[in-house]
Design a protein around this ligand. Structure first.
Ligand SMILES: [Zn+2]
Length: 228
């Protein structure tokens, strides 16, 4: 059974309260990102005691589905430790059945209240797709599969007159949020019932900050975040 109200994460917000709702999870991630961007990191919960505490179970409070780029490590970007984030990553955060299964596992089995799609500026997967759309030449091997899955986002951005790679990247985050909710009935149900929310973010490599580009579900404070 899923009992989201009792599946409290052991993550704590600034007031020491357990993170349980989508809004709680979002506030905790925003605060962590602000600490990271400002260079004021908290203690990271990475020691032996923390490992022992977590050995029997995990209660992550957010699922981050992001690009595999080495500069966009979710635990660092949001200043979180072991047991706080369930992280799924592919190049260009492209969605396949394994990703959808991982999201459904996080939301329905672990009771995670917030799914984050984490894209970033200067994304190599997006740049490769923009180049493939411009030249008509696709990369070899399974890199082609990545490019094919980013292509609808690049075309959508271009139809809106947004032609730069970073504009295409932001559109790819929007499209990825929509794709997750459209494809996963379990995620759509969780969002519809208020058990979960989805937020799409673009991370800026130099600034170290995330910007909201898309949301699904109840995130009342999301409007306070900067738009991309
Ligand atoms: Zn990337």
């Amino acid at each position: 059974m899923n009992e989201p109200t009792t599946n409290a994460s052991d993550a704590r917000d600034a007031a020491g309260a357990a993170v349980v709702t989508p809004a709680d999870a979002w506030r905790t991630l925003l605060a962590g990102n602000a600490r990271f961007a400002d260079g004021h990191l908290h203690e990271q919960h990475l020691d032996r005691a923390r490992r022992a505490e977590l050995a029997g179970q995990q209660r992550p409070f957010a699922l981050v589905f992001g690009c595999g780029d080495s500069r966009v490590a979710a635990e660092f970007v949001f200043d979180q430790g072991l047991g706080h984030l369930f992280v799924v990553r592919t190049a260009g955060h492209v969605v396949d059945s394994g990703v959808l299964g991982s999201v459904e596992f996080g939301v329905d089995i672990l009771g995670i209240p917030l799914v984050v799609v984490l894209g970033h500026d200067s994304c190599g997967a997006v740049a490769a797709t923009v180049a493939a759309v411009e030249t008509g030449q696709l990369p070899a091997g399974f890199v082609r599969d990545i490019v094919e899955r980013v292509t609808p986002s690049v075309l959508a951005a271009q139809r809106q007159g947004r032609t730069s790679a970073d504009e295409a990247g932001a559109e790819h985050v929007r499209q990825t949020v929509r794709l997750l909710v459209d494809r996963s009935a379990a995620l759509a149900a969780a969002v519809g019932e208020g058990r979960c929310a989805v937020v799409g973010l673009v991370y800026r490599l130099v600034e170290g900050r995330v910007n909201v580009v898309e949301t699904r579900g109840d995130l009342p404070e999301v409007g306070a975040a900067a738009a991309f």
